[in-house]
Ligand binder design. Structure first.
Ligand code: HEM
Length: 558
């Protein structure tokens, strides 16, 4: 297969930790707390039914202990700002398996690698479903999203709300199988040249837009376009040729809107059914409906164009859409299925890898000594007459370690994409009723001082002897040895991890090869705040980049 033809409070950038924000989180949540409490009281009085499942198994084992929440709202008011810090605080108080309630939904929070493995890998047949979150699954993805749909191997029959007719909706396995044909290791091998090219364009653009390092630059939009072009090529067989191309702004804003609308613990409407049935729309619901319409218009429209070109007999590059259109009849795909699967690629594959490149660019200026060590390794292994390639990765252990450490410190998804258990399960005397939402608490695991001594220090050397790719590390028998949990776990682990790792390596290795990256005096970089409820990116920042040597221009073809 070939794909060709807010304002934040600055802190010391060397300390990436957000721990001191925990209490800010409570303070800033207090007005919201009051408001939500009033709404809750109203809902409670007007709702006759507040349903909860049996909380004990037949042997009398009860659900894991946890914080006492408020009536109706449960722990929601404590999770409005920096939820990962609150969950970390409770993990220290209640242990590695504890429960919380949000509305009528029970959650268990898992903060220990062995428990994660026991539940989500060893018992993966039970712990691999998803909750059909109201905003994300039902409204934005209209029940078709690969990330959002339950774990089943049958086609599901659903009554489409408002239309009154039955329709067949694809089971998620069909979506995952189709997605995997474009994301598995052999597929990624076939389009590594695309990732290679876009990483060069990224470095070229940083050089050009900073006027050869003379002007400060915000690398974020350039990282965004790099990831976007990779996903556009894989999904639609096209790319954007400049950062001004209208699709850049459109696609990046769709991804950002999604990240800001879909935190796993951020939307009360997901957990209080009566809020879903109000006679008027809450603003979040209106935003979700608009996002659904915009995704279908943008990506569905691009599918239509490719369809028409194919029907006219034009040559269309190999890409996911071509695969879907050719398989459409056999797989029983309708237009919405295809539009949503492509949207999942464009959301899942853009703000994620771009976020790692952005956190790297925000973090590294504070560490000149780490950059010097990386530059020495690049000069020794690659030299100055060519760019590092994917084949160099195994010989660049320090660059590899920097990337793992950025991912440990700045996982874009601290709470992952939660799983759900499809059967009652009792684990070490604690009962987890069917349909509990199971959250992988990666913030706590990434900051476990036993696994990562001095966890709040950015120290790539902790991974210097770990030559595994993260996609390989995810399969290690001993979960305590796994590098990090950024890609999730078990049967729902990110299928895009092969492409993501290659893309991120090429981008970061080349940025380091070409530039020394520094803070701008008087413009500290804020690593504490972030943008996004599900996927986190740094708030806007600027850095100074200086070409490292005379060969940079020549090698970039400038
Ligand atoms: C740094 C980059 C990325 C990160 C951190 C990331 C993270 C994740 C996480 C945490 C999950 C949920 C795993 C679980 O349930 O345990 C996931 C699922 C998913 N990711 Fe990624 N991802 C990245 C890149 C990509 C890319 C490049 C694609 C390409 C399209 C992609 C597509 C998907 C899809 C389709 C799913 C849903 C799988 C399912 O529910 O069965 N991701 N990702």
């Amino acid at each position: 297969m070939s794909a060709f033809n807010f304002n934040a409070t600055p802190i010391d950038a060397r300390s990436y930790t957000q721990t001191d924000n925990l209490y800010n989180g409570f303070d800033r949540g207090s007005s919201l707390f009051l408001l939500t409490s009033l709404i809750a009281a109203a809902i409670y009085l007007s709702s006759k039914v507040f349903y909860r499942r049996p909380l004990t198994d037949d042997k009398g084992n009860t659900i894991p202990d946890g914080p006492t929440g408020l009536p109706v709202l449960g722990s929601f008011p404590f999770l409005t700002d920096y939820p990962e810090l609150t969950l970390d605080y409770w993990a220290k108080k209640f242990g590695s398996l504890y429960s919380i309630w949000l509305g009528n939904q029970l959650f268990v929070i898992v903060s220990d690698p062995q428990i994660v493995k026991d539940l989500m890998v060893t018992n993966g047949a039970i712990f691999s479903s998803r909750k059909e979150m109201y905003l994300k699954s039902q409204i934005i993805f209209a029940g078709r999203g690969i990330t959002a749909t339950p774990y089943n191997d049958k086609w599901q029959v659903r009554l489409l709300a408002g239309r009154g007719n039955h329709t067949y909706i694809l089971g998620r396995r069909t979506h995952r199988r189709l997605a995997t044909t474009w994301l598995n290791k052999p597929a990624v091998e076939s389009y590594t040249a695309v990732l290679d090219y876009e990483a060069t364009v990224l470095v070229h653009d940083l050089y050009y837009h900073s006027n050869g390092g003379k002007l400060p630059i915000n690398p974020q939009p350039h990282a965004g376009r790099c990831s976007l072009n990779n996903m556009l090529t894989i999904t639609f067989g096209m790319r954007t040729d400049t950062i001004e191309h209208p699709l850049v702004a459109e696609a990046l804003s769709l991804s950002r809107a999604f990240m800001n609308c879909t935190g796993p613990v951020s939307n009360m409407i997901d957990f209080v059914p009566i809020l879903q049935k109000l006679p008027f729309n809450l603003p979040l619901k209106t935003r979700a409906q608009k996002l659904h319409a915009d995704l279908v218009k943008t990506y569905g429209g691009m599918i239509n164009e490719i369809d028409e070109r194919m029907k006219r007999g034009e040559q269309v590059p190999d890409c996911l859409v071509k695969t879907l259109l050719l398989a459409q009849e056999e797989e029983g795909l309708d237009h919405l299925d295809m539009a949503i699967l492509c949207s999942a690629f464009m959301i899942g594959g853009v703000e994620t890898t771009a976020s790692i490149m952005q956190w790297f660019s925000a973090l590294i200026p504070a560490y000149p000594e780490i950059q010097a060590k990386a530059h020495e390794e690049l000069d020794r292994v690659v030299g100055r007459n060519r760019l590092p390639t994917i084949d160099d990765e195994k010989n660049l252990p320090f660059i590899h370690a920097i990337i793992k450490e950025v991912e440990r410190c700045h996982n874009p998804f601290w709470l992952g994409t939660p799983h759900v258990n499809s059967q009652d399960f009792t684990y070490r005397g604690q009962f987890i009723p069917k349909d509990t939402v199971v959250v992988l608490n990666t913030y706590t695991m990434h900051h476990d001082p036993q696994r990562h001594p001095d966890p709040h220090t950015f120290n790539p050397d902790r991974f210097i002897n770990d030559s595994t790719l993260s996609s390989e590390s995810a399969n290690l028998a001993n979960p305590m040895e796994r590098d990090h949990w950024m890609f999730g776990v078990g049967r729902r682990i990110c299928p895009g991890m092969w492409v993501a790792e290659r893309e991120v390596f090429l981008a970061i290795a080349r940025m380091l090869w070409a530039f020394k990256m520094d803070e701008i005096p008087g413009e500290p970089i804020d690593l504490k705040e972030y943008d996004g409820l599900s996927g986190r990116s740094p708030v806007p920042f600027r850095i100074q980049i200086t070409p490292r040597h005379d060969q940079v221009e020549a090698v970039l073809g400038l």
